[in-house]
Design a protein around this ligand. Structure first.
Ligand SMILES: NC(=O)c1cc2c(=O)c3cc(F)ccc3oc2nc1N
Length: 327
């Protein structure tokens, strides 16, 4: 690429990302997903590393750490909240399991779980007390949403034991809450949210936790950062034991042993997804045993022991009626 082309793209990205941030933080109406924003942000970071003299003070990369780009203070994650690599068909799943078993040199158990279409959250307890909640943010640095997450009924505020533990999961808005919320917004002449994910993101970013409380959000927890004092040594353990700690998990997980069983789960859940009370955008497949997860490790941005199978984009049937066909 020509240098001028790069510099034009750099400036275009600054303007785009600032617009997206404005939509997200100020208007509650993001027009791109977090992962689309992240991808553009990384492209800008790369271009600014190539042309440091072109870095502009308005660039979103110059704001990380201060609070101007978000009304929430920053929280540095104890361990980074990575993203999942994606798969789109049976071959991708087979390649994933082949790579895992080649790398480890033996077969493993997998856990398949629904990929909840919400936003990631990290929740920290100290001495068994709810003390903090944060968004994924850049993966290293998230936004402090402690007060807002505290309004979610299914998030325990006090554990039965004085545990120091961090749990991670997905905040979502049930379909029924989403329909009710949009009806109220339309009544009030406000633009409806495009989907439950945007509604959940907008609701959790409300500066006034009382507004968040009215939005009936919920959470499914799927991982944690904890010591050996917690007898959980695999993803299957986690899903079976988290409820004992009052940590809400999604019950539709299954242990699978190979890509055929995984694909069978994917097909069954793809059938069921419209009957669920919440939206899912795919299936997450994980190597279950934590020792195997550690042996597989991660790339810069994603764990090597997990993959997200994304459902194909749905054709939305639009019923075309009342159109005067002029012939
Ligand atoms: N949306 C989800 O329902 C969902 C998301 C993730 C992650 O984002 C995720 C990210 C990691 F780096 C590691 C494990 C994960 O597990 C996950 N499991 C889930 N069920």
């Amino acid at each position: 690429m020509s240098e001028q082309h790069d510099l034009d793209r750099l400036n275009e990205l600054v303007a785009l990302l600032n617009q997206y941030a404005h939509e997200y933080y100020t208007l509650d109406q993001p027009s791109v997903t977090d992962s689309e924003y992240d991808a553009l942000y990384q492209e800008l970071v790369h271009l600014e590393a190539t042309y440091p003299e072109a870095i502009s003070p308005e660039s979103p990369t110059q704001r990380v750490g201060d609070t101007t780009d978000s009304a929430f203070e920053k929280v540095t994650h104890t361990t980074p909240m990575l993203s999942l690599s994606n798969g789109f068909n049976k071959e991708d799943i087979e390649r994933f399991t082949q790579n895992v078993e080649k790398e480890l040199g033996h077969d493993v158990d997998y856990v398949c779980e629904l990929k909840i279409d919400g936003l990631s959250v990290s929740i920290t307890y100290e001495d068994g007390k709810y003390v903090r909640a944060a968004t994924r943010g850049t993966g290293e640095i998230g936004e402090n949403i402690t007060k807002n997450v505290k309004t979610i009924d299914s998030v325990p505020k006090q554990l039965d034991e004085p545990l120091d533990i961090e749990v991670r999961g997905e905040i979502f808005m049930p379909k029924a809450s989403f329909a009710r919320l949009n009806a109220v917004r339309e009544e009030a002449g406000q633009p409806p949210f495009a989907n439950p994910r945007n509604a959940a993101a907008g609701s959790i970013r409300q500066l006034n936790p009382k507004v968040t409380a009215q939005r009936q959000l919920d959470v499914f927890l799927y991982s944690g950062v904890f010591g050996d004092d917690i007898p959980i040594h695999s993803q299957a353990d986690l899903f079976r034991k988290f409820p004992e700690y009052h940590f809400k998990v999604n019950p539709l997980f299954e242990v699978c042993h190979n890509s055929d069983e995984i694909w069978n789960y994917i097909e069954r859940m793809s059938e069921q997804r419209h009957d669920l009370d919440y939206e899912i955008d795919g299936i997450v497949i994980k190597v279950s045993d934590f020792t195997n997860q550690q042996a597989l490790g991660r790339t810069v941005k994603a764990p090597k022991w997990a993959i997200a199978y994304k459902f194909p984009a749905e054709e939305v049937e639009t019923t075309i009626h009342d159109i005067e066909w002029t012939v």
